[in-house]
Design a protein around this ligand. Structure first.
Ligand SMILES: Cc1cc2nc3c(=O)[nH]c(=O)nc-3n(C[C@H](O)[C@H](O)[C@H](O)COP(=O)(O)OP(=O)(O)OC[C@H]3O[C@@H](n4cnc5c(N)ncnc54)[C@H](O)[C@@H]3O)c2cc1C
Length: 401
């Protein structure tokens, strides 16, 4: 064996970078293995990072635009305009700078990194993990106590150890443009079966550009591509004037895995971030929940690394710490299904006509959180008579999620 570490992290994305730094802070040696020759490329993201996650990494230099409000549109064009300039809800960041800086923080705290490298095979032994890595200099054999898969939506680690599949795999498609006519400090969301079946499309201000995208599930696309959906969004009579001067400067497509995998932790192996299926079912955001998962698990894993006890029994026990995140994800999916995914366009128009009432906008502004829509959802189901019939649809997920 040539090299030994406490932890090997496969994947130098934002979650792998944050995870490595946190392990360093607990005194552990870490090696990141990243298959690309640079960090932060290719990127597949709308780049929204909430204030809580930003605080964990403090990367103000990556912020392109602070966003305090939104204009949300029903399929027939009913707008719901929310937000208050005094309260920043989220930020759009440059993902290249963000990802690089998160990984650099790890390197500064002691993490080593191998670029252009990926695992070939892994062997779990009673007291260690033995990994064979393909590197530009040839094969390297490396040992660690713990192996972490932070290797994204199609995680090699997850597939190698047959740890399950994320429950939903959405597809996101996005073009970055100049010339979009938006509203300063507000993002736009658009709904409708023709542009985002079961989900929504977005236009996110990102400094000099705007990120225009849509997401959905393959079974709802009805033979169309996400690119077709974006073209329909651009050409829809209701708002085509906003798009008439746009010039495309980039395009991205990628998966959004949501719904924790069956076995996120097994003997000496743990999955983090997209690899584990942490993305939020309501927004597709994966950075916030990925960081949260890291903060939840690193302290207990650290203790077990010190004792070199990462047995199946211990890892199963630690998996239980994820229970609250898993229930939260199920509840959010229940609300999303009730209000959005399982509503047809007529039902959505009805929902929006209620949302656009001044007293409901006031409630959204007061209780609404991009990160945690559950309190708002519950208040709406309880207090707004028109939503009572949706309560039946949402109740199971809300109660048992
Ligand atoms: C269109 C779109 C828009 C999105 N918008 C947002 C948003 O606004 N906000 C948000 O929070 N999230 C968003 N997401 C989700 C977000 O991009 C992911 O949740 C986030 O990048 C997850 O981070 P990660 O570190 O877990 O995985 P990744 O960012 O995917 O990083 C995984 C890393 O592992 C490396 N890797 C993979 N396989 C191997 C291997 N075998 N060996 C070595 N290295 C490997 C990859 O090269 C990569 O660097 C969006 C996703 C899409 C598709």
């Amino acid at each position: 064996m040539e090299l030994k570490y406490d932890v090997i992290v496969i994947g130098g994305g934002p979650v792998g970078g944050y995870l490595s730094r946190r392990f360093n802070e607990f005194g552990h040696s870490v090696l990141i293995i990243e298959e690309h020759d640079e960090i932060g490329r290719p990127f597949q993201c709308a780049g929204l990072v909430n204030p809580e996650s930003m605080e964990k990494v403090n990367l103000q230099n990556s912020i392109l635009k602070e966003i305090w409000g939104a204009r949300i549109h029903s399929p027939s064009g009913i707008p719901v305009v929310i937000g208050n300039k005094n309260r920043i809800r989220t930020m759009s960041v440059c993902r290249k700078i963000f990802d690089e800086s998160v990984v650099l923080q790890a390197v500064k705290s002691g993490t080593e990194i191998l670029l252009s490298s990926k695992p070939n095979s892994v062997k779990i032994e009673e007291d260690r993990v033995k990994i064979t890595i393909q590197t530009p200099e040839g094969i390297k054999n490396i040992e660690s106590k713990l192996l972490c898969g932070a290797d994204g939506a199609h995680s090699w680690v997850r597939r190698f150890f047959k740890m399950g599949r994320p429950r939903e795999m959405m597809i996101g498609f996005q073009v970055e443009v100049t010339g979009y006519k938006g509203d300063e400090g507000r993002l736009d969301m658009y709904t409708g079966r023709d542009i985002a079946p079961g989900y929504f499309a977005w236009a996110i201000p990102s400094g000099d550009t705007t990120r225009i995208g849509t997401w959905s599930r393959a079974d709802l696309l009805n033979g169309f591509s996400c690119e077709d959906l974006i073209n329909r969004l651009r050409n829809k009579d209701l708002w085509k004037d906003r798009f008439e001067n746009i010039t495309e400067v980039g395009r991205y497509v990628g998966p959004v895995p949501s719904g924790f995998v069956r076995k996120p932790m097994i003997e000496r192996v743990a999955l983090f971030g997209d690899a584990a299926g942490v993305c939020k079912p309501t927004t597709g955001g994966g950075i916030g929940p990925g960081f949260k998962q890291v903060d939840l698990l690193v302290p207990v894993l650290s203790k077990s690394i010190n004792d070199n006890d990462l047995s199946e029994y211990k890892m199963k026990k630690y998996s239980k710490l994820l229970k609250s995140m898993i229930s939260d994800q199920k509840r959010k999916k229940g609300l999303r299904d009730a209000f959005l995914t399982e509503s047809n366009d007529d039902e959505l128009n009805q929902i929006f006509s209620v949302w656009s009432r001044p007293e409901v906008i006031e409630l959204i502004n007061e209780v609404g959180e991009i990160e945690n829509p559950i309190p708002l959802g519950i208040r709406m189901l309880k207090e707004i008579p028109e939503f009572r019939k949706l309560a039946g649809k949402a109740a199971k997920a809300l109660i048992w999620g």
